[in-house]
Ligand binder design. Structure first.
Ligand code: IPM
Ligand code: MG
Length: 361
């Protein structure tokens, strides 16, 4: 079986971490009998440097013709890079928003889990972290404030900026259905997060989520206001299973949840549409300060590749094997700098990729 995969190495540490993920997927292909065919496209700063825009239509067409997209990271240092002198629609991040919209990737899955081996890196008190946690943040990714009309105007000498937050019931329903489907395969609980005490869009969100919940009597639904959710994530993260929320809230809460794990270099993500197609990327950014030094942690990208095999290709055995290989390498004490603790063996990006690939069985 051939797997058509478009790769976006991107900027910063992107190219080095994607190279390691490919290595691991290749090894899984040898063991489980599939052949990945990769086609690279440029996005973000890398595309700006060559084409003057963060994503070309040809690149989108290439991505669309594949079965899945594996991405590293995009963007640079916003205070220093010349990319950030460009108008907002030509900056690296605009490429990411464009591909999400063009490929209709409305469901963003961001797992935040505490690895037993890395529990020491969790910044929470031991009485909280010892309970462990395994949260799936389901973020709506193609609506809300990110894609509403926006403009900056000047009225009577006063500058004024307007961003609009819009959701229709269909956009809410389709992400809610994905959220409940995923909760069904986990601990059967959905926490829907909104700001229904203030926002109309949140009140609609809440009522549509309640309608969808009727088809899932086996899944517990609770509603939580977003400010409270931000507190609960540090107070008692073990209470959560699936957190279902809109675009902007999900952006913020997923960063918080990943920080709480203490190991953002370990967290994968998937952005899915209605079909099996998906874009898979680590939850962390492009870390331009350590780019090219062979010290980045490739595990989040490797685990994203495992999600790709699971969700886009139904290769659950291969995905399990990659996840087990990551676990094994951690148990053997290998660590990149970001997750290093005393008495462990420090390795670089490349060596970590090779170690994991060699343990895929
Ligand atoms: C993310 C990022 C993006 C977002 C940025 C880079 C536009 O923060 O994927 O969470 O806000 O969605
Ligand atoms: Mg973000």
């Amino acid at each position: 079986m051939e797997l058509k995969i478009t790769c976006i190495p991107g900027d910063g540490i992107g190219p080095e971490i994607v190279a390691q993920a490919k290595k691991v997927v290749d090894k899984a292909g040898e063991v489980y009998g599939f052949t990945p065919i990769y086609t690279d496209i440029l996005m973000g700063g890398a595309s700006i440097d060559v084409h003057g825009v963060p994503l070309t239509d040809e690149a989108i067409a290439t991505a669309k013709s594949a079965d899945a997209v594996l991405m590293g990271s995009i963007g640079g240092d916003t205070t220093k890079s010349p990319w950030y002198k460009l108008p907002p629609n030509l900056r690296p991040e605009a490429g990411l928003l464009k591909i999400r919209k063009a490929l209709n990737l409305f469901a963003n899955l961001r797992p935040a889990l505490l690895y037993k081996e890395l529990a020491g890196a969790c910044p929470l008190k031991e009485e909280i972290s010892s309970k462990g946690f395994d949260i799936m943040i389901m973020r709506e990714l193609t609506g809300g404030l990110y894609f509403g009309d926006r403009k900056t105007v000047e009225e009577n000498g006063v500058r004024k900026a307007i961003d609009t937050l819009t959701y229709d019931e269909n956009e809410i329903r389709r992400i809610a259905i994905k959220g409940f489907d995923i909760a069904r395969k986990r601990k059967q609980k959905v926490t829907s997060v909104d700001k229904a005490n203030v926002l109309d869009s949140s009140r609609l969100w809440r009522s549509v989520v309640e309608e969808v919940a009727k088809d899932y009597p086996d899944v517990i639904l609770e509603h939580m206001l977003v400010d409270n959710c931000a507190m609960q994530l540090v107070k008692d993260p073990a209470q959560f299973d699936v957190i279902l929320t809109e675009n902007m809230f999900g952006d913020i809460l997923s960063d918080e949840a990943s920080m709480v794990t203490g190991s953002i270099g370990m967290l994968a993500s998937a952005s899915l549409n209605d079909t099996k197609f998906g874009l898979y990327e680590p939850s962390h950014g492009s870390a331009p300060d350590i780019a090219g030094l062979d010290v980045a942690n490739p595990i989040a990208t490797i685990l994203s590749a495992a999600m790709m095999l699971r969700y886009s290709f139904d290769l659950d055995d291969a995905a399990d094997a990659i996840e087990a290989a990551v676990q094994q390498v951690l148990q053997e004490g290998y660590r990149t700098g970001d997750i290093y603790s005393e008495n462990c063996k420090k390795v670089g990006c490349k060596e970590m990729g090779e170690l994991i690939a060699s343990r895929v069985k």
